[in-house]
Design a protein around this ligand. Structure first.
Ligand SMILES: NC(=O)c1ccc[n+]([C@@H]2O[C@H](COP(=O)([O-])OP(=O)(O)OC[C@H]3O[C@@H](n4cnc5c(N)ncnc54)[C@H](OP(=O)(O)O)[C@@H]3O)[C@@H](O)[C@H]2O)c1
Length: 496
C-alpha cells in the first residue's frame, strides 16, 4: 500500500548534510518509486535562489553521489517535486510567509515533515517559530519534526532542549535521528541474535568473555573543525552511535518489532549500565588526539592541531574509548569495550564478541599449548558480514590447530546497498519511529557519559596522542581487565 503524500520541508537544504545525504537519498527513493505520489520537497535556505537554480544545484548534488550517472527521465520526475523557499531561520516573519506558501498552495500535501538539517543551536528556536506560525498543528494532516544529532551537548542541555521542544510537539511527532541506526544495522543485529536458536544459549555471561564495539574512521575532521573541536569523539560518536550498538547487542528480545517494544528494551539496557563515578573515570575511559602520521599508501597526514580551524592548544579528543558493565542477569561482570577515532588505520564499524576459552586439559600433552578463543564478528560497515571463528586441527600428523572462519555474509555483490537515510526518510513518511531515538534513550546515554565529559572538560593540560593512520594509542590498553584482552581490529583471523 502506498503511503499518503507528504511535503518534506528541509531546513538547511543548501548545507553539507543535504548535499551528501538527504537529496541523494530522496532521489534514490524516487528511483525505486518509493516516494508517495504527489509528495513534494520544499528546500528552505537563506540564499536568494529560485526553483530553477535549486533544481540545477540538486542535479549537481546527485551527480556527485551517483556512480552510474543520472537518469534524465527519473530526474525530471524528481525535479517536479522540488521547490525552493527563502527563509532566514532567525526572522519570525519569514515563518509567516512560509506558512502562507504552504497553506495557499494546494500542490503541497498537508502531511508535513520538517527536517532540521541545521546547526543544533537552532533546533529549539526553529521549532518554536514553526509552532507560532501554526505549522505544527495537526488539523489537516500529520506534522512531524526530524531532529539531527547531536540532541544536546550534555545531560543538562539535552533536557533543556527536550523541555523546550515538547512545549510545541507531542513525543509521537518527534523523530530524533541517529543515522547509524539505518534499518540494515538494527535489523541485522536483531535477526542474527533472535532468529538463530543456536546463539541464544551462548549469549550471556556464562560463555562470553568480553565484547568490543569499534567505530573507526580513516578520515580526519575535514572542514568541520568548528563543530568537532567543541564536540570531540565522546559526544560525536560514543554517546550516540556506539551506545546504541551496545543496546542492540545486550538487550533482551523485545515483545514485538514495534517502535515502543524495541525502544523499551534498549532503555532497559542503558538503565542497567553501571554508573561511572567521577573518581573512576580514568579507569573506565581514555581519550587521545591524532598527531602527524602516514596513511597506508605512504601519504603524509596532518595532525589534529594542524587541521584548518583547530586552535593550537586544543585538547579535544579525536579518539575515545570506554569500558562499561551492564549490571543485569545476562551481562553482570562482562566488560563491554568501546572505541571510536578519527584518522585511524581503517574506517569500519564492527562488533567483536570474544567467547571464553575452553578448558585445555585434554590437550595438555600435545603441541596445542594455547588456543585462540572463539570470536564472533559482526561487520556493520563498510563490510557487512557475520563471521564465526572456530579452532580446527591443521592437516598433518601433528596435533596443531589453527583458526578457521565461518562466513555468513548477507549481501550478494549484485544486491544494492541502501543508505541509512533512505530508510529513515521513508520511515518518517510511514510514521515508523522504531529507528529513531526516544528521549529517554538519549537522556540515559548522556547520563552514562556525563561524568567523563565533565572530568575531561576540566583536565585540559595534556592529551595523549596517536599517529594519524594508526589503530590509536597503545596506552588505551590499560582499560582491559585481563592481560589477554586486546583490541580486535580485523574481521579475518588474527595471527598472534
Ligand atoms: N554533514 C554531515 O555529514 C552531518 C552528519 C551527521 C549529522 N549532521 C547534522 O546535520 C545538521 C546540519 O549539518 P551540516 O553539516 O549540513 O551543516 P552546514 O553544512 O553548516 O549547513 C547548515 C545549513 O543551515 C543553513 N543556515 C544557517 N544559518 C541559517 C539562517 N540564518 N537561515 C537559514 N538557513 C541557515 C545554511 O545555509 P547556507 O548554506 O546559506 O549557509 C546551511 O544550509 C547539524 O545538526 C549536524 O550536526 C551533519
Amino acid at each position: 500500500m502506498q503511503n499518503e503524500a507528504c511535503t518534506y520541508v528541509i531546513f538547511g537544504a543548501t548545507g553539507n548534510l543535504s548535499k551528501v545525504k538527504l537529496m541523494p537519498a530522496l532521489y534514490h527513493l524516487e528511483m525505486e518509486n518509493l516516494l508517495p505520489k504527489g509528495s513534494k520537497i520544499l528546500a528552505i535556505g537563506r540564499r536568494d535562489w529560485d526553483n530553477e537554480k535549486w533544481i540545477a544545484e540538486v542535479r549537481e548534488m546527485i551527480k556527485a553521489k551517483t556512480k552510474n550517472g543520472i537518469d534524465d527521465a527519473i530526474f525530471k520526475r524528481f525535479s517536479e517535486r522540488l521547490s525552493y523557499f527563502r527563509v532566514d531561520i532567525n526572522v519570525a516573519n519569514d515563518y509567516v510567509k512560509l506558512a502562507q506558501e504552504l497553506n495557499a498552495n494546494a500542490t503541497y500535501p498537508s502531511n508535513m515533515a520538517f527536517y532540521l538539517a541545521i546547526s543544533p543551536e537552532y533546533f529549539a528556536d526553529v521549532t518554536e517559530r514553526l509552532s507560532k506560525a501554526k505549522l505544527l498543528e495537526e488539523n489537516s494532516g500529520w506534522r512531524r519534526l526530524i531532529i539531527e544529532k547531536p540532541f544536546g551537548y550534555d545531560l543538562e542541555s539535552s533536557q533543556a532542549l527536550q523541555k523546550r521542544i515538547s512545549r510545541y510537539l507531542k513525543e509521537e511527532q518527534i523523530y530524533r535521528i541517529d543515522h547509524y541506526l539505518g534499518k540494515g544495522t538494527v535489523q541485522n543485529v536483531l535477526v542474527y541474535r533472535f532468529a538463530n536458536t543456536m546463539l541464544e544459549p551462548l549469549w550471556n555471561r556464562n560463555y562470553i568473555d568480553h565484547i568490543q564495539i569499534t567505530h573507526s574512521e580513516e578520515l580526519g575532521i575535514g572542514t568541520r573543525a568548528a563543530y568537532y573541536d567543541d564536540a570531540g569523539a565522546m559526544r560525536d560518536m560514543l554517546q550516540s552511535h556506539l551506545l546504541q550498538l551496545l543496546t542492540l547487542v545486550a538487550m533482551e528480545p523485545p515483545a514485538a518489532m514495534d517502535a515502543e517494544s524495541l525502544r523499551d528494551e534498549k532503555v532497559k539496557v542503558l538503565k542497567s549500565i553501571r554508573p561511572i563515578p567521577k573518581q573512576a573515570v580514568n579507569a573506565h575511559a581514555f581519550r587521545a588526539q591524532y598527531s602527524e602520521g602516514m596513511s597506508e599508501d605512504g601519504e603524509k597526514l596532518k595532525g589534529y592541531l594542524q587541521e584548518d580551524g583547530v586552535p593550537a592548544d586544543s585538547v579535544t579528543e579525536t579518539y575515545a574509548a570506554m569500558k562499561l558493565y551492564v549490571d543485569n542477569w545476562r551481562w553482570r561482570d562482562v566488560p563491554f569495550y568501546m572505541r571510536t577515532g578519527k584518522r585511524m588505520a581503517k574506517g569500519q564499524s564492527t562488533i567483536s564478541i570474544c567467547f571464553k576459552e575452553p578448558p585445555l586439559q585434554l590437550f595438555k600433552n600435545t603441541q596445542v599449548q594455547c588456543m585462540s578463543p572463539n570470536w564472533l564478528l559482526l561487520g556493520i560497515q563498510p563490510e557487512e558480514c557475520i563471521r564465526m571463528e572456530m579452532t580446527v586441527k591443521e592437516p598433518g600428523l601433528e596435533m596443531r590447530t589453527r583458526v578457521s572462519s565461518l562466513d555468513a555474509s548477507y549481501r550478494n555483490e549484485d544486491e544494492r546497498h541502501t543508505d541509512a537515510y533512505e530508510d529513515l526518510l521513508l520511515d518518517v513518511i510511514e510514521g515508523d519511529r522504531s529507528l529513531f531515538l526516544r528521549f529517554d534513550e538519549v537522556e540515559y546515554a548522556w547520563r552514562i557519559v556525563d561524568p567523563i565529559i565533565k572530568k575531561w572538560a576540566v583536565e585540559r593540560d595534556y592529551i595523549t596522542t596517536y599517529p594519524a593512520g594508526s589503530w590509536g594509542p597503545k596506552e588505551c590498553g590499560r582499560l582491559f581487565e585481563k592481560e589477554k584482552q586486546c583490541w580486535r581490529s580485523s574481521l579475518t583471523p588474527e595471527c598472534k
